[in-house]
Design a protein around this ligand. Structure first.
Ligand code: ATP
Ligand code: MG
Length: 440
């Protein structure tokens, strides 16, 4: 992508409305734009990162055996009357009427709808277990939308829903998502700690929130510090192994970890003082097992091996991609801007032409840009006629992992500089070596 033809509206000044660093940097880097309170457009640079986050989430959901579909944002109130949540949900739900005066709503979550899909076609235990997920916009009319897309009114959620014949089966399904979440957050460059959580309006009996430690987090959390160094389940994790997944769950719940709602002071005080971590955290995922809470009122049942009908045991599993993007920034930035983990970086490398219009600089940059693009790298080429200082500041701000810098003096020697955004280390090398560094 040539920057001169891209759309990346960089802000030079710090926007006053942004209270936390991720919000500030997302606005400055031209990733998002607020359209009305708590409702955002994702501009091209932001959209690229969001897509990468979603693809990692998708990959790990699929690995764990979940199946993707797509459900609408607008739902009929009828379904929610069946479960009893239409009245229970309160003012967070945006209620709308269509032209026939039928009550509709913008979905804050999808338990009812997916239960309806399930009951319409699954009739036998032989079709279980089943886990269906989608990545879709939600709307919750939050009392206090703030911190940009960290807490917005319209936001994206990956929500998965599992269906099993028995409680034991449902626990295995829960453990699959538990392990998938650990892998997902690890691939996003984050350390998320599962904490016992309250089940809230979703209801149910077993629930964990996945929390990232960050000073700007809205939750107060308490945990054993060893979680910070725990190993993430590997790529070879067998998601069909009941014992294997139970062992992962047991290990990751063996030490104290709770949000303030579930905090047990006495249990926490039993942790040796030097191992106690009390901190702020950002909730990036939340999983629930809630048994037959929806299947009973909505009549979602299957025939069991005993020939009788059984209400299915369900769980639901949410991750917030539009919250994860700022959460990653909270965890990875410096005074100059964002530092993206390679897995979600909007571009692999940025080529900086320090003197656009200078024949040797132009030729060198074009050569590098073409070679890296041909090799499948996603390259941003800063071919604008901005001053070199401005270009450096922009490249640092948008946080692309590597910069290839071509200035007249180096280029005259057949050389360029390669800068590592994270460490700040710069290395001068031949043009060929710079290309090979990324292509090889
Ligand atoms: P919170 O406690 O932060 O209000 P929640 O417990 O209401 O969130 P869940 O119903 O558990 O949220 O939703 C699953 C996930 O969706 C959350 O873990 C979070 O990542 C994301 N999410 C929820 N609400 C928002 C929001 N207003 N803005 C952005 N992401 C959100
Ligand atoms: Mg939650």
């Amino acid at each position: 992508m040539r920057l001169s033809r891209y759309f990346m509206p960089i802000l030079k000044e710090n926007p006053k409305e942004a209270e936390i660093v991720s919000h500030r940097l997302m606005l400055r880097a031209g990733m998002i734009r607020q359209q009305s309170q708590g409702i955002y457009s994702w501009l091209p640079l932001g959209k690229k990162v969001l897509d990468k986050v979603n693809n990692i989430i998708r990959d790990e959901q699929n690995r764990a055996g979940a199946i993707e579909l797509s459900m609408p944002t607008l739902q009929s109130a009828e379904l929610w009357q069946e479960s009893g949540r239409y009245d229970a949900y309160g003012k967070e739900m945006l209620r709308i009427k269509d032209r026939q005066d039928r009550p509709m709503l913008y979905g804050p979550t999808n338990e009812e709808m997916v239960t309806d899909i399930f009951r319409s076609s699954v009739k036998s235990y032989k079709d279980l277990p089943l886990n269906l997920y989608h990545i879709q916009l939600k709307f919750r009319d939050e009392i206090r939308p703030r911190f940009g897309t960290m807490r917005s009114r319209e936001f994206m959620m990956k929500d998965a829903y599992s269906f099993d014949l028995t409680r034991e089966g449902a626990e295995h399904s829960y453990n699959k998502m538990f392990a998938a979440y650990l892998r997902t957050f690890d691939r996003l460059g984050l350390r998320a700690i599962p904490m016992r959580a309250d089940t809230g309006p979703i209801g149910g009996n077993l629930s964990h929130e996945f929390i990232i430690l960050a000073d700007t987090g809205e939750s107060e959390v308490f945990c054993h510090k060893d979680f910070v160094g725990f190993d993430t389940p590997g790529e070879n994790t067998d998601f069909d192994s009941v014992e294997g997944l139970q062992a992962i769950f047991d290990k990751w719940t063996s030490l104290y970890a709770a949000t303030s709602e579930m905090h047990d002071e006495a249990a926490f005080n039993a942790v040796p003082e030097g191992d106690r971590l009390s901190a702020r955290g950002i909730e990036v995922g939340h999983i629930f097992y809630f048994g037959t809470k929806y299947s009973e009122p909505m009549g979602a049942k299957v025939q069991g091996p005993d020939g009788k009908e059984h209400f299915v045991h369900m769980g639901s599993y949410g991750i917030g991609p539009t919250r994860l993007v700022p959460a990653i920034i909270e965890a990875s930035h410096d005074e100059n801007g964002i530092i993206w983990p390679a897995s979600v970086a909007p571009f692999d490398v940025v080529v900086i032409n320090m003197k656009a219009g200078d024949q040797a600089c132009d030729d060198t940059c074009e050569l590098i840009y073409a070679a890296l693009s041909k090799a499948g790298k996603d390259v941003l080429y800063d071919d604008t006629d901005d001053r070199a200082g401005t270009k450096f500041a922009t490249a640092d701000l948008i946080g692309v992992p590597f910069q290839i810098i071509a200035g007249p003096r180096a280029v005259a020697n057949g050389e360029v500089e390669v800068k590592d955004r994270k460490t700040g280390a710069r290395e001068t090398m031949t043009i060929e070596a710079a290309i090979n560094r990324f292509v090889a």
